[in-house]
Design a protein around this ligand. Structure first.
Ligand code: SAH
Length: 363
């Protein structure tokens, strides 16, 4: 499982080298279209090195030491995700092919100035590849329970062993900075806040007050720590452990209003077939949020569902605006940060989209 096979057309002409995955619906994931290329440790070294060079040019490394180093297909390495958190690397091996080359990949990564490499292959897509979920130290030292990272010069504690995904939502780095600009002197509602990424930026941007909502108690415990480590006023933030769908309704019934609302929900749809159900979820929260916005208020709304295209997402948000009777304009369109690049041959790699919308100031 995961061995290299040649993919040929019906006449036996070579098309590509790929990794064979007998258990998966995606039977082969391609490594290379070049027949001369040998799929070996050197191949992985070159692809990984290339991915690292792209980050050196696109990530402001003096301000940010946590970012995605390898973004799977988008870096020519299907099934391999590598995130750097200060001195640590976190690896996800999501396909039979990536798993097959595990030892070679670890030995290559260990040369990139790290203290330790930790595996977070506790992701259900592994099952589709016939692999079991695995976590643990792959190389070097055990990571501390909280790794302190720097993102745009803000600090965050990240639990790379048990946190969501590989510990932190690195894909929102650029968007957090963008949302910050709208926060000065404002009342903020940060929905699906996780460990407080947007909360830290909002208060650093001079927000008057933030309510940070998440259903995860563990995540919320980190919000206050992350404010403290940045010297930000914890009393200006209120953590609320709640289901956002219910909390928004409660705020509506109480007649509450906010100047900036952030909606960064988890993935509602991984594939296009789940799009319809997901669309209902997005419409619901966006509609409620628009009703809670003051005139001139800002909605920063995101979708990380691969099954929802940017066009469809905009349509869903537009539908929500009509039903909320809110006159909204798109001010900015947002995407995943540049350390999550999109290969032109793999447009599916573009999964995170966002809109910053403003409610008519005199509405
Ligand atoms: N905005 C965050 C990332 C959000 S990830 C950041 O910048 O880091 C999505 C979050 O939604 C997770 O923390 C998850 O615990 C939370 N979540 C999932 N379903 C929820 C629900 N129904 N209500 C509230 N929070 C929920």
């Amino acid at each position: 499982m995961g061995e290299t096979v040649a993919v040929c057309d019906q006449n036996g002409n070579f098309l590509a080298w790929g990794a064979y995955s007998p258990a998966s619906q995606i039977r082969v994931r391609l490594w290379s279209f070049n027949e001369e290329e040998k799929i070996n440790a050197e191949f992985f070294y070159h692809r990984i090195k290339n991915a690292m060079l792209v980050r050196e040019r696109t990530v402001p490394l003096s301000e940010t030491n946590a970012f995605r180093c390898v973004h799977a297909e988008s870096d020519g390495l299907p099934g391999l995700v590598v995130d750097r958190y200060a001195d640590w690397m976190v690896v996800q091996l999501l396909s039979a092919g990536a798993n097959y080359w595990k030892q070679e990949i670890i030995s290559i990564l260990s040369e990139f100035n790290v203290k330790g490499i930790y595996e977070r292959s506790d992701v259900d897509v592994r099952r589709l590849e016939g692999l079991i979920e695995t976590t643990g130290v792959l190389w070097g030292e055990d990571p501390p329970s909280k790794v302190l990272i720097k993102e745009n010069n803000y600090q965050f504690f990240v639990d790379i062993q048990k946190g969501q995904k590989t510990g932190f939502y690195l894909d929102q780095r650029v968007n957090r900075e963008k949302v910050k600009k709208y926060c000065s002197g404002k009342e903020i509602l940060n929905c699906f806040c996780y460990t407080g990424g947007f909360t830290v930026y909002a208060l650093a941007g001079g927000a008057k007050h933030v309510i940070s909502i998440d259903s995860s108690e563990t995540a919320l415990l980190s919000v206050t720590e992350n404010l403290q480590i940045n010297g930000l006023p914890t009393e200006k933030n209120q953590c609320l452990e709640a289901d956002v769908f219910l909390a928004l309704r409660k705020f509506r019934d109480e007649g509450r209003a906010f100047d900036v609302i952030i909606l960064d929900p988890p993935k509602f749809a991984s594939t296009a077939s789940q799009a319809q159900r997901a669309a209902r979820g997005y419409k619901d929260i966006n509609l409620l949020a628009m009703k809670l916005l003051n005139p001139g208020g800002i909605l920063a709304t995101f979708s990380c569902s691969g099954g929802i295209s940017p066009e469809l997402f905009q349509k869903i948000v537009a539908g929500a605006a009509i039903d909320a009777k809110a006159d909204m304009q798109v001010i900015e369109r947002l995407h995943q940060s540049p350390d999550h690049p999109v290969s032109l041959t793999f447009p599916e790699g573009e999964y995170l989209k966002g809109l910053i919308c403003m409610k008519n100031p005199t509405n």
